[in-house]
Write a protein that binds this ligand. Sequence first.
Ligand SMILES: NC(=O)c1ccc[n+]([C@@H]2O[C@H](COP(=O)([O-])OP(=O)(O)OC[C@H]3O[C@@H](n4cnc5c(N)ncnc54)[C@H](O)[C@@H]3O)[C@@H](O)[C@H]2O)c1
Ligand SMILES: O=C(O)C1=N[C@H](C(=O)O)CCC1
Length: 269
Amino acid sequence: MTQKVGIAITGASGRMGQMLIQTIAQSDVAQVVGAVEREGHDWIGRDVGQAMGGADLGVVTTSDPLEAFANAQAVIDFTAPAATVAFAGIAAQARAVHVIGTTGMTDDDIAALEPASRHAVIVRAGNMSLGVNLLTQLTKKVAAALDEDFDIEVIEAHHNQKVDAPSGTALMLGQAAADGRGVDLKTVSDSGRDGITGARKRGDIGFSAIRGGDIVGEHDVLFAAPGERIILRHMATDRRIFARGAIKAALWGQDKAPGQYDMLDVLGI
Ligand SMILES: NC(=O)c1ccc[n+]([C@@H]2O[C@H](COP(=O)([O-])OP(=O)(O)OC[C@H]3O[C@@H](n4cnc5c(N)ncnc54)[C@H](O)[C@@H]3O)[C@@H](O)[C@H]2O)c1
Ligand SMILES: O=C(O)C1=N[C@H](C(=O)O)CCC1
């Protein structure tokens, strides 16, 4: 029998942390070997399965990532930007594949991952689902086919606990639209409109964010021209799609050379 790939989960008690632990517990090819939560969290010192209200998994939650990553071949990390930057260095020391789902990372945060990626595989994506990654490719194609008579707007909706906007997914879709048009997203991006904004600038790519209730994640890419509109839409109704993608990335990365990858690399699309 081949040995299961050992995965450490950071942010173990979070929405995604718990979904990952549940999903891996049912896997024939992966197992949870470490669980990390922030210092002072009431899960520290408790078996992670029991803390989730189920059977023991034989993994004690710790605030020490070195300890949690020591026996891991991969780390799946859906936490917060500063934590993710710190985990990257420690995962690289352990030569573990670091799968990063954390969003809201600044350019400086992303640049800070570079030293770690010289020693280990990092797979990072603002959305790990097959559907959204496919949608980025469709968005790029549609944007390439249309001229600036079509105003591009990315509209996203998420639950009321989400702390960053625009979502990581919205930024991926905006980037895909900009790539399709052959423009620099930073120079055409328009988000957070409020007050007397003036008329929309031709060629801009706009972003709008809705926050409410328990919405898992919904994204529209709107192409609006005089007389017609095209809408490309993805609706997530279950966080398991993100967990499945992240686990796929953790397994995919096992035999890859050090470097930074995304879900398009993993999915081969
Ligand atoms: N890429 C994707 O497919 C995808 C999908 C869903 C969520 N996300 C992103 O993942 C992140 C987490 O989302 P969530 O809904 O699970 O949030 P959450 O708030 O439910 O969970 C985050 C967890 O991280 C923990 N944490 C924070 N700092 C830590 C630290 N220094 N050490 C250890 N643990 C720490 C928190 O205690 C919390 O349990 C967000 O950035 C979100 O946007 C990405
Ligand atoms: O719940 C979240 O937070 C999500 N974050 C990702 C994003 O920012 O796009 C993916 C969807 C869910």
